[in-house]
Structures are given as structure tokens and as C-alpha cells.
Write a protein that binds this ligand. Structure first.
Ligand SMILES: Nc1ncnc2c1ncn2[C@@H]1O[C@H](COP(=O)(O)OP(=O)(O)O)[C@@H](O)[C@H]1O
Ligand SMILES: [Mg+2]
Length: 383
């Protein structure tokens, strides 16, 4: 059912916002989701994801702004007149109808008589061809959710909206369904807008992720781009783990900034710094845990020149199979996280050991120190 792109599946939001009384759930938002892409809205509970999705679906009237699908302004169209379907967490299949009839529902409602071929195609797509004559309660949660996807896709929407569709599934099934949904999207080639609070889910599935925080899009990009180049402490902490070290701009050296952190120096490519870079300016130096290498202090002389380095003491080590996760206290920063791939394990790297942490300066990023250093951490988000 792959269609030729004509941009009619683009979702274009211009200045859309939503206020409830004096509370702003979504601040004016501009966003274009290109036709055929898998787009994720990612953020903690309450940040405005569902509200944004409901405005696209027509289930919620925007306070300001417009919603366009391709070139068509649909802002004032009722939901059923929009070429959009939504899949929710509670899949709400019709319990008394079998799987075939659940999927056929949208066609029958439109008065279409010969539904067999289309329904069978849809059931093949979601790999439930064998289950056609079962009732919903005879299927697993993941299978039921696939029925819900088939039931939505049979209407040939331009855009499929998914609001935490995997939220009710256990972790293992959720991982399987992520790959499954991604495969279905690639096969049908229509635009998917997927809402989730699970950063791993967004990263696994989406071509582009919009990270939302407090009713605003904080950063938008490919999963790798967001991970490697976070522009705020919220994004740095919400997507994976970041070490953030307080530092101060000392000098510039070509394309690099040289920063003072504690008694030592750290190098940061200026292009990777989103903070003001004038001398004396405060910067949070960011480095991901897996980019850091650990060397026992006795071997510090073997560390190649040109690497950023910090001294520290191992506070904790957790062996988790593929890697060991260390917590290291350094004079410049407590509780640095370091993940070391489990290739050749150095038996000396145990709690209490003195170590040197070192990394390629090119992997360093710099953030404005005027932000909350803990924004987006698990503790903050849960609070
Ligand atoms: N109908 C409503 N009336 C008042 N406040 C609402 C309504 N719907 C949502 N909100 C508030 O708007 C904010 C965003 O909600 P929502 O979009 O559901 O967040 P998310 O899906 O990211 O968890 C929340 O603080 C929520 O309580
Ligand atoms: Mg929601």
C-alpha cells in the first residue's frame, strides 16, 4: 500500500498552543513532520505530548495556531474528516467481534462490502493472518495492539498517531513491538507520530525525535544527534546519562576552548559548546560515560597525549555482563559515571583504586552553566 510521496502526509504545526484557563499545556509550537517519517514526541508525563497529538487528530481545539496536513489547513475540521487515525494505549477492540471483523470495522462503516482482500492484507502486515477468527481476549497484549494498528491502517490514513501504544506491555514485549511497529511503518511508508515517555523507545524507533519539556520542544533531531550533541542539561540528562562538570573558559586554542576545571585543564571544541565562550564564562562540560577510558593511576604514564584527563578514585563498580559501570569520585566532580566494555578486565579497577579518567576531547560537549545541572535526571523527572 506504499503510496508515492506528494507531501500530503506532511504534518505542519504553526504556532499551535493550548491553554486550560491560566495553565499553558503547550506553548506556541512550530513543527514539521515530513511525509513518510517516523517521528517521536518524547518527554516526561505532563509535558504536553498527548495534548499536541490530540490537536493533530482534531480531538482538541488549539488555543492559537494552525494544523496543516500537506497543504490542507485542517485546524477546524472535525476528527473524522481528517486523513488521520489514532492508536491509544488502551486499544479498545470490540470484544464481541473477532479479529477479522475488528479490522474490517472501518471499511464496513463506510459501506464497503467486499472487505476480505484488504482485511487479509492488513492481517498479513501485522502478522496475525492465523488469528483472524479469534476474539480479542484470546490474544496477547502485543497481538491486540497489532490488531489496533491494523484497524487504524485499513482506513489508509495519511498520518498514524500513536499515543503510548506500548505503555501497557511488559518490557520484553514492548521491545519486540518497537521493532514490529518500525517494520510496519517502513512497509506502509506513511507518517507515524509516536508519543512516548521512554527515551529508549523513541531512539529505537524514530527517524526524528522532538524532546518536550514543560509544554515546549526543547530540542529536535535524529536520535544520534540528540545523544551526541545535546543543547541543554535537560536533553543531556533525559536521553541516557551525562557527566556534567562545572568549568570556566580560560583561553582559546585554534578551534578549541581550554577550560579550567578544579586545578586541571579540559579541552572542548568551540563548535560543540552551546554556552557563551568568553574568557571567565561558566560552562558545564559534558561527557558520556561510555566515551571515558579508565587507567589505573600506576599506568598513568601510558595515556596518550592530547586526551582530556581527570584523576579520581573508584567509589563503586557494578559488573553487568557486557560492561562494568563505575562510579568515580574526582576532585572536580563527585559521582562520575564511566562504562567500560567488558573486553579485557583490569583486576585492579576495584572500589578504592586510584584511577585516571581520560577521553578524546572531540567527544566533549559544552552547555550553558546557567541551567539546572540536574534537569531531566530520573530524580528530577520523578519529583
Ligand atoms: N482537559 C484538561 N484540562 C486541564 N488541564 C489539562 C487537560 N488536559 C491536559 N491538561 C494538563 O496539561 C498538561 C499536559 O498534559 P498532556 O498533554 O496529557 O501530557 P503528557 O501526554 O505529556 O503526559 C498536564 O499538566 C495536564 O494535567
Ligand atoms: Mg499522555
Amino acid at each position: 500500500m506504499k503510496t508515492t510521496p506528494d507531501n500530503s502526509g506532511d504534518v505542519r504545526l504553526s504556532g499551535i498552543s493550548k491553554t486550560y484557563g491560566s495553565f499553558t499545556a503547550v506553548h506556541p509550537l512550530d513543527l514539521t513532520v515530513p511525509e513518510g517519517s517516523f517521528f517521536a514526541l518524547l518527554g516526561a508525563s505532563g509535558c504536553g505530548k498527548t495534548t499536541t497529538l490530540r490537536m493533530i487528530a482534531g480531538l482538541e481545539e488549539p488555543t492559537t495556531g494552525t494544523v496543516r496536513l500537506g497543504d490542507q489547513d485542517v485546524t477546524h475540521l472535525p476528527p473524522y474528516k481528517r486523513p488521520v487515525n489514532t492508536v491509544f494505549q488502551s486499544y479498545a477492540l470490540f470484544p464481541h467481534l473477532d479479529i477479522f471483523e475488528n479490522v474490517a470495522f472501518g471499511l464496513r462503516r463506510r459501506g464497503i462490502k467486499s472487505v476480505k482482500k484488504q482485511v487479509e492484507e492488513m492481517l498479513e502486515l501485522v502478522q496475525l493472518g492465523e488469528q483472524a477468527r479469534k476474539k480479542p481476549h484470546q490474544l496477547s497484549g502485543g497481538q491486540q495492539q497489532r490488531v489496533a494498528v491494523a484497524r487504524a491502517l485499513i482506513n489508509h490514513p495519511k498520518v498514524l498517531l500513536l499515543d503510548e501504544p506500548l505503555g501497557a506491555l511488559d518490557l520484553k514485549l514492548r521491545r519486540q513491538m518497537q521493532l514490529e511497529l518500525k517494520r510496519i511503518q517502513t512497509e506502509v511508508g506513511i507518517t507515524f507520530v509516536h508519543v512516548t515517555h521512554d527515551q529508549e523507545e523513541a531512539m529505537t524507533m524514530a527517524d526524528t525525535v522532538a524532546v518536550m519539556n514543560g509544554g515546549r520542544v526543547e530540542q529536535l533531531g535524529s536520535p544520534a544527534d540528540l545523544y551526541e550533541n545535546p543543547q541543554s542539561t535537560f536533553v543531556a540528562n533525559f536521553l541516557g546519562t551525562s557527566n556534567l562538570i562545572e568549568a570556566e573558559v580560560d583561553t582559546k586554542n585554534g578551534d578549541d576552548l581550554v577550560l579550567k576545571a578544579g586545578g586541571g585543564k579540559l579541552v572542548l571544541p568551540e563548535a560543540r559548546c552551546s554556552a557563551p565562550t568568553t574568557a571567565g564564562g561558566k560552562v558545564l562540560v559534558g561527557i558520556r560515560p561510555e566515551k571515558i577510558s579508565l587507567t589505573h593511576a600506576d599506568d598513568a604514564g601510558e595515556i596518550p597525549a592530547g586526551r582530556n584527563r581527570l584523576t579520581g578514585k573508584i567509589a563503586d563498580a557494578s559488573f553487568i555482563g557486557v560492561s562494568t559501570q563505575y562510579v568515580i569520585d574526582s576532585p572536580v566532580c563527585d559521582e562520575l559515571a564511566v562504562y567500560v566494555q567488558n573486553v579485557e578486565r583490569d583486576g585492579r579497577l576495584v572500589p578504592g583504586a586510584d584511577v585516571v579518567l581520560h577521553w578524546n576531547p572531540a567527544h566533549t560537549f559544552g552547555l550553558d552553566a546557567a541551567q539546572d545541572i540536574d534537569a531531566g535526571t530520573e530524580e528530577e523527572v520523578a519529583a
